[in-house]
Design a protein around this ligand. Structure first.
Ligand SMILES: [Zn+2]
Ligand SMILES: [Zn+2]
Length: 243
């Protein structure tokens, strides 16, 4: 676990990040790893001297099983409220099939030709989404979390902006897997055009509101020259679009 207070980051078994925020009498999670990350999450919370039953809110950035996989078990344990955008909530709750969405990405289209692979990708514990969030909604959690809809990776991808503290949880809308900011992997994204627009929109918003800690869906957190690095990333996206 890597800690940059007030954020603790757990790296899941498939490299997706799970963020744990300790508040006085509750614990808030941003994303929930794969189902097998459950133990990692429980042990990490215990190592902070806290109990996983204190989890009160689980904010999911998108439906992918490496981000929503443990939400069902954690909700059962703690009765935490689960949050996701309504467009991804349908898949998280199981009323819409994930393969329909995967089929729009390049790798997704390839795997959709192999039904067995599709069913493995789509198989993860369903969980009820208690709160369906919308773009620009302000959630009364941790003093105020702003929802930034960021479609492209999945239709209902969102980033969560803890504006008061200058901390952003981007999900896979912007990742840091190679120690520099990148867009999500095209093969697993529904529209790279939308993903580019969403990444630029996120940078525009944090540029105005302030940021010091960037918490990506994959890769290390960034707490140095954060805005400058995001602006450089946006520049790379916009310059490419011109060509
Ligand atoms: Zn993803
Ligand atoms: Zn991911």
């Amino acid at each position: 676990m890597k800690s940059i207070p007030p954020v603790h980051k757990i790296t899941g078994l498939l490299t997706s990040n799970i963020y744990v925020i300790e508040d006085k009498d509750e614990i808030v999670l941003f994303d929930a790893g794969i189902p097998q990350d459950y133990r990692l999450i429980v042990d990490a919370i215990k190592s902070l001297g806290r109990s996983p039953v204190e989890i009160s809110h689980i904010l999911l950035t998108h439906f992918h099983p490496d981000h929503s996989g443990s939400a069902a078990a954690l909700r059962r344990l703690s009765h935490a409220k689960v949050y996701a955008h309504e467009d991804d909530a349908k898949i998280i709750e199981g009323s819409e099939s994930a393969s329909m969405v995967y089929a729009r990405g390049i790798i997704g289209r390839a795997v959709s030709l192999v039904p067995r692979v599709v069913s493995a990708f789509g198989r993860f514990p369903r969980v009820e989404v208690d709160v369906k969030v919308r773009d620009e909604e302000h959630l009364d959690i941790l003093g105020g979390i702003r929802v930034i809809q960021a479609p492209g990776h999945t239709p209902g991808s969102v980033a969560y902006y803890w504006e008061e503290r200058g901390i952003l949880f981007s999900g896979d809308a912007i990742i840091n897997s190679y120690r520099f900011f990148t867009l999500p992997t095209p093969g697993f994204s529904t529209s790279m055009e939308e993903a580019r627009d969403s990444a630029c929109k996120i940078v525009d918003i944090v540029e105005k509101g302030g940021i010091w800690l960037f918490c990506p869906g994959h890769g290390p957190m960034v707490d140095e020259r954060t805005l400058e690095r995001l602006q450089a990333f946006r520049g790379r996206i916009l310059r490419k679009q011109k060509i």
